[in-house]
Design a protein around this ligand. Structure first.
Ligand code: F6R
Length: 240
């Protein structure tokens, strides 16, 4: 596990964008695993900047997002589809048919998403944020790790954290469909970005704590190619 600390949140997120950009440069038909949330926005800005300068090309790039809310239409501005359109897809030349987000609320929908990832040759690089409770994707603390894409019931902690995007916590969907820990571990490389003081405990537990489904990100200790990028605040418990 590689761990790098940056002075600012923006620098940590831009570094993540650079790693995705380098992957695109190295392999023009890369399969990218993408995340939503506040943290990756500067990473996507970095990719858009390089695309506009003609440095990277998305024409043959394939993307799979980690997750989506259940029961929210793709056109809803609060959907993860809309988020990705706004921050990346509408700004680069990725082909709509190469863009994938999980959808539906059944085991069959999850299995179909896993099959699509396999058919694309697997994920070359997976971008991740992390929840304050150590969740990755919508894999919440649990007593077991989940392998494939599955429907999850969001914890109160996550509903409150995501309420900032909605008019009230009551409007936050109670379910999401998310890649599983197995999908994330199967990615050839993983880049996790964490910024801000409220992620410090999750970062510490991920890197230094026991590997446990109570801290889903802790499984990344076993990933052969995992890079964790943080700002100084998110690394504040890592001093000793
Ligand atoms: C989003 C996702 C979540 C977020 C996490 C952190 O696709 O899978 O795990 O990465 O909730 O969100 P932010 O970056 O908003 O703090």
């Amino acid at each position: 596990m590689e761990f790098h600390v940056y002075e600012t949140a923006k620098a940590a997120c831009e570094a993540a964008g650079m790693l995705l950009g380098a992957q695109i440069t190295r392999k023009g038909d890369s399969v990218l695993g993408l995340a939503t949330g506040s943290t990756p926005i500067p990473a996507y800005e970095t990719l858009v900047k390089w695309y506009n300068r003609g440095v990277i090309d998305f024409d043959r790039i394939v993307t799979f997002n980690l997750d989506e809310y259940v029961g929210i239409d793709h056109k809803n501005p609060l959907s993860y589809h809309a988020f990705m359109d706004e921050h990346l897809f509408s700004k680069v030349n990725v082909r709509p048919e190469n863009v994938h987000l999980p959808s539906g609320h059944s085991a069959a929908a999850g299995a179909a998403y896993d099959a699509a990832i396999r058919a694309a040759g697997g994920i070359d690089i997976q971008l991740l944020g992390i929840g304050r409770n150590g969740h990755i994707g919508f894999n919440e603390p649990d007593d077991k790790f989940t392998y494939g894409t599955h429907v999850v019931t969001l914890t109160e902690n996550t509903i409150q954290a995501n309420a900032r995007f909605f008019r009230s916590p009551d409007e936050v969907p109670r379910q999401a469909i998310s890649m599983g820990i197995g999908n994330i571990m199967a990615a050839k490389c993983v880049v996790l970005v964490a910024t801000g003081r409220d992620k410090a405990e999750a970062v510490y537990n991920t890197i230094r704590g026991p590997i446990t489904p109570r801290v889903p990100a802790s499984i990344l200790q076993l990933h052969p190619c995992c890079v964790i990028l943080t700002d100084t605040e998110a690394a504040s418990l890592m001093k000793d």
